[in-house]
Ligand binder design. Structure first.
Ligand SMILES: Cc1cc2nc3c(=O)[nH]c(=O)nc-3n(C[C@H](O)[C@H](O)[C@H](O)COP(=O)(O)O)c2cc1C
Length: 373
C-alpha cells in the first residue's frame, strides 16, 4: 500500500494499524533549531483522544507521544531543538480488542473501506479496519503539532459548526466557548441543543454527520503556487484525505454559486498601516492559489459514523448476502474528534506551503518591495 506520505518539503509519512502494537510517523523536512518537546504535541493529541465524554468512543487510548529522533539538546541554550533530520514520532496502541471485530472478518461493513480494500489488495486487516481506521489520524495530529512550531506566528483553530441538521448561530460565535463543551462548538446555545440531539442519536444506536470550520490567522501573503500547486487545492487535498470527509469548502465555498459578482468581490482599500485592506473575505484568504494575508478559511463535511447498532444489509467476501450490526466501541458523531485532525492537516499543508514559498522566493520578494522600481 503506497501513498502514506503528505507534503513536498514538509513531508509527513504515517505507519501502523489500529490493532498493531503501535502507530508512528516520520516528519521529514522540518527546519533545524526549532524548540520541540513532547509536551508541544501532547496537548493536541489530548484533544483528539477517545473516551473523553459519553459522545465519543469509549476506546481508552492514552495516546502518549514519544519523539524518537530528529531532536537534541542545543549546547548553547540547553533547549531541546530540531536538528533538521527526520523526526520519528511514536504512539503505543494499548486498548486494541480484536475480539470485538471477529464477526466482520469476512463480511463487508457498509460505509467502511472493507470491500474497497479487499477488491484492491485481496487482503484486508479486519481488526478495526487496519490502515483505514481513524487511529491513523493520531499521527496526523502529532505531526500537526510539529507543523505548528514551524509556522510560528500562525494560529490555526477549528470548530464544529453543524451537527446533523443543527447549525450554529454564527452571531453567537465565541472562540472561548470551543473548549467549554464536548463538541468544540463556538456557540454555547447550540452546544446545549446538540447535547440532547446526540444523546438521542447515541441511545438509538445511530450516528450523524457534522461540518467543521477551520481558520488560520497570521498567514503571510504569498504562500501557495499557481496552477498545480494552488494553496486551496492543497488544503482541499489535506482535508479530503481525512477519514469520513466527503466535502471541502474554501471561503464561501458552495455558497458562491448564489452570489453576484458584486457580492463576491473582496474589495480593497489601503489600511492605516500602509498595507492593503480587504473589505470582505469571500475568497477564504486565497486568490489565484496564493495566500493574500487574509485569514484562511476552510470547512469540511464529515459523514455519519458508518458503524451503527441498526442491522445493515451487506455481503461477505464469498459472495453470500448477510446483515451487519456493529457491536464494537464507536463514535456517534466522528465529526467531533475530526476537529483536531482538521486543524493538524491544515497546519501540515500550511507548513509545507510556507517552506516552499521561502525556498522559492526567499525573503526579498513581495509587495510592495518592487513598486518603487
Ligand atoms: C476521528 C475519527 C474517528 C472515526 N471513528 C469512527 C468510528 O468509530 N466508527 C466508524 O464507523 N467510522 C469512524 N470514522 C470514519 C472511518 O474511519 C471511515 O469512514 C472509513 O475508514 C471509510 O473511509 P471513508 O469514509 O473516508 O471513505 C472516524 C473518522 C474520524 C476522522
Amino acid at each position: 500500500m503506497s501513498h502514506n506520505t503528505f507534503g513536498h518539503l514538509f513531508r509527513v509519512t504515517t505507519w501502523g494499524e489500529s490493532h498493531g502494537p503501535a502507530i508512528g510517523c516520520v516528519v521529514d523536512g522540518c527546519p533545524p533549531l526549532i524548540p520541540l518537546v513532547e509536551a508541544d504535541l501532547q496537548g493536541f493529541l489530548d484533544k483528539r483522544r477517545p473516551g473523553q465524554s459519553r459522545f465519543t468512543t469509549q476506546r481508552q487510548e492514552p495516546d502518549q507521544v514519544k519523539i524518537l529522533s530528529g531532536v537534541m539538546i542545543d549546547d548553547q541554550t540547553g533547549v531541546q531543538v530540531t536538528t533538521g533530520t527526520p523526526i520519528g514520532l511514536f504512539i503505543e496502541n494499548v486498548d486494541q480488542r480484536s475480539k470485538d471485530y471477529g464477526e466482520i472478518r469476512n463480511a463487508y461493513r457498509p460505509g467502511h473501506a472493507d470491500y474497497a480494500y479487499d477488491v484492491k489488495y485481496g487482503i484486508r486487516d479486519y481488526r478495526g479496519g487496519g490502515r483505514s481506521s481513524a487511529r491513523e489520524t493520531a499521527m496526523r495530529v502529532a505531526a500537526g503539532g510539529v507543523a505548528r512550531k514551524v509556522l510560528g506566528g500562525v494560529t490555526i483553530r477549528g470548530a464544529l459548526v453543524q451537527m446533523g441538521p443543527h447549525k450554529i448561530d454564527r452571531a453567537n460565535w465565541n472562540w472561548n466557548e470551543v473548549d467549554n463543551n464536548a463538541f468544540f462548538c463556538p456557540d454555547a446555545k447550540a452546544a446545549k441543543v446538540w447535547e440532547d440531539y446526540l444523546d438521542g442519536v447515541r441511545k438509538a444506536g445511530s450516528s450523524c454527520g457534522a461540518v467543521i470550520e477551520l481558520v488560520a490567522d497570521g498567514v503571510a501573503p504569498g504562500w501557495g503556487a499557481p496552477i498545480y500547486g494552488k494553496l486551496d487545492a492543497e488544503l482541499a487535498s489535506a482535508l479530503m484525505s481525512i477519514n469520513a470527509v466527503k466535502a471541502v469548502e474554501i471561503g464561501d465555498g458552495m455558497a458562491v454559486a448564489a452570489l453576484t459578482g458584486e457580492d463576491n468581490a473582496d474589495e480593497m482599500r489601503m489600511g492605516n498601516d500602509g498595507r492593503p485592506l480587504f473589505l470582505s473575505n469571500h475568497a477564504g484568504g486565497v486568490l489565484g492559489g496564493v495566500s493574500t494575508g487574509q485569514p484562511i478559511i476552510a470547512r469540511f463535511a464529515v459523514k455519519p459514523t458508518s458503524s451503527i447498532l441498526t442491522p445493515r444489509r451487506s455481503i461477505d467476501r464469498f459472495g453470500a448476502e448477510t446483515e451487519i450490526r456493529t457491536k464494537g466501541r464507536h463514535d456517534p458523531c466522528v465529526g467531533i474528534r475530526a476537529v483536531p485532525v482538521g486543524e493538524a492537516m491544515m497546519a501540515i499543508a500550511l507548513a509545507d506551503a510556507f517552506l516552499r514559498h521561502r525556498g522559492h522566493v526567499g525573503a526579498g520578494a513581495g509587495w510592495p518591495s518592487r513598486q518603487s522600481e
